[in-house]
Ligand binder design. Sequence first.
Ligand code: HMG
Ligand code: MG
Length: 302
Amino acid sequence: MSTLPSHVRIVEVGPRDGLQNEKQAVSAADKIALVHALQAAGLREIEVTSFVSPKWVPQMADNAQVMAGIQRRPGVRYSVLTPNLKGWEAALLTSADEIVVFGAASEAFSQRNINCSIAESIERFAPVAAAARAAGIKVRGAISCAVGCPYEGEIAPERVGLVARLMKEIGVQHVGVADTIGVGTPRKVQAALAQALQHYPLEEVSGHYHDTYGQALSNVYASLEVGISSFDTSVSGLGGCPYAKGATGNVATEDVVYLLHGLGLQTGIDLEALIDAGAAIRAALGQPNGSRVARALLAKRA
Ligand code: HMG
Ligand code: MG
């Protein structure tokens, strides 16, 4: 049996990846309350918002307001998405701790999501990464459609390796292998991770799995088996992607925490408090909870 990592890093992406896809308007106050509840539950890395065009993603138009409204806790890292220099400049004003440039392993998805080719995206990211590094801010990269694309279908793992190499060359310090539409299964996800690992060490590669086909938890386990110890997850399974029709949220944070604790792995997260955070945002949205673990434990409480 393989040895699993002893400690796992969870990056909570619900406020960004989750709420960017909400059809109804979500107030800045509700977003700020969600971040507060998440940090109270022990989350130490929170992806808060995106500095993208409000015409493309109106749900994130309150980015600066949300960042300004958070009562920051020492030891918590607040990250934001920055697709270009304009986004970076706006993010810098809000004292983000970490930024994320987001590219894709699929040309068609790159065009639909950020309106440029993969090569052009790297050209746009390069000055962003350089400026952030110069300011002492960590730069993460996301590689969307790492196993499948809504427009191109199956994606060869080598394409992930190519984008990882290009990101490495411009100074991106960490890459997230993203199954945007949740079509991946364990061996395919491991193949995509292996490509990223040709350019980054184990601790600088993370898994970002949407749960559209119900495979995300299996893919988390498959990633642990190859030594990956960092995952992006979304409380109560919030979310989807505005440029990937039918895509559902990321794997629920509660479900991943339950899995990890069951395996005896440390996360530093209080599962009950996390369930409260997910229940509160779902109540504010008037939606059922997307986490199986939360539903089970909430039923037990009642
Ligand atoms: P563009 O139209 O090519 O940009 O969009 P442009 O430079 O030509 O500018 C056009 C207009 O946008 C101008 O305004 C700019 O000022 C404005 P106008 O003169 O027309 O009034 N603009 C901006 N405004 C605010 N912030 C900015 C910004 N940049 C330009 N940063 C752009 C290119 C990337 C901006 C656009 O395509 C965009 O905003 N896309 C949003 C994509 C997005 O947020 N997708 C969801 C997040 S990614 C994701 O969910 C995947 C992930 O979770 C991993 C996974 O699951 O796969 C990370
Ligand atoms: Mg995503």
